[in-house]
Design a protein. Structure first.
Length: 321
């Protein structure tokens, strides 16, 4: 079946908009849908470059991890891409019905495509990985990124009593108060000043959602543990992203001298079924405005030019066929 798609033929070059032969549905759980909107998330770029931990090395490929489509009868659907099927960055694609949820008529498909993936990481982390309890405090490390900004909102919506946002971009840091942050910490090149600020604002948090990893995470872990009044009180650290580096240097004493629990949240750490069970709740939050997102829609035909273009701070790019 001939379609048009963003096709990755080399990990060294952006996808090109060109014809692609889409395999037909192969069983009763699969269905052909018209694609309406696909988010250009960082995770999508990582997968298309072959650098994500789930990458198989097989080319050509059509990128994308989720999207919004339309059934043949006109019903709208949000779907999560199946690793064994062609990606959604195309005019049409085949979805697995078991990895999808219906959307109400009139849904803002661009908003859903933009927000679901970045919001899902913190939503599932705080609902299923380490469920946040009403009144607990949460630190978002990497709060000035798009997913981090959503994590501030998610933590508040799920009942956190105090949310601290930490990041490098001072302009976006200042905007976090409008999203629900009770305090902010600037991550700077001055390690001592940053550690002091983290200790002041976040020493007593119950949970950390970490989108950075690398040196900032290692430094932050030690700053918090050293400053806690009661080291036997649990500090749950949930690692989600690695924008600052893939590894961290952590003294063993961090694990022996405090009730410090380190775990991850991502594909493999949480089952696909668990993610899917949370999708309807997250759709409702986004559609109702409980989790805000700013979007820009770009024609799928322009994928090659927009792929490596600088991101507009705070704006999620969505490709529309």
């Amino acid at each position: 079946m001939d379609i048009r798609a963003a096709v990755v033929s080399s990990y060294d070059t952006p996808p090109r908009y060109e014809p692609f032969d889409l395999p037909a549905p192969s069983d009763e759980d699969q269905e052909l849908v018209d694609v309406l909107a696909v988010g250009l998330h960082p995770r999508v770029r990582t997968g298309a470059s072959g650098n994500h931990y789930t990458s198989t090395g097989k080319l050509p490929l059509v990128p994308g991890v989720d999207g919004v489509g339309r059934h043949a009868d006109g019903r709208l659907v949000y779907f999560v891409a199946d690793d064994d099927l062609v990606g959604p960055m195309a005019t049409r694609t085949v979805i697995d019905r078991r990895r999808s949820v219906p959307l109400p008529d009139g849904t803002d498909v661009v908003k859903i495509a933009a927000a679901m993936n970045p919001a899902m990481s913190s939503w599932v982390a705080l609902r299923r990985r380490v469920p946040v309890e009403a009144g607990q405090s949460v630190l978002i490390l990497g709060a000035t990124g798009n997913a981090g900004q959503m994590a501030v909102q998610v933590a508040k919506r799920l009942g956190a009593g105090r949310v601290v946002g930490a990041g490098r971009d001072r302009t976006r840091l200042a905007a976090l108060a409008g999203l629900g942050a009770d305090a902010t910490v600037a991550l700077t090149d001055d390690a001592e000043a940053t550690a002091t600020a983290l200790a002041k604002e976040a020493a007593e948090v119950d949970l950390v959602i970490d989108y950075l990893w690398g040196k900032p995470a290692g430094d932050a872990i030690m700053a918090l543990l050293r400053a806690r009044a009661d080291r036997s009180r649990a500090l749950n650290w949930v690692q989600i992203g690695s924008m600052a580096g893939p590894t961290v240097e952590l003294p063993s004493v961090a694990l022996r001298s405090a009730n410090f629990r380190l775990q991850g949240n991502g594909q493999g750490a949480v089952s696909t079924r668990t993610y899917l069970e949370e999708l309807p709740f997250l759709v409702d939050e986004i559609e109702s405005g409980g989790i805000a997102v700013t979007t820009r829609a770009v024609p799928l035909a322009d994928v090659e030019s927009v792929w490596n273009a600088p991101e507009v701070p705070g704006v999620r790019t969505v490709l529309v066929p």
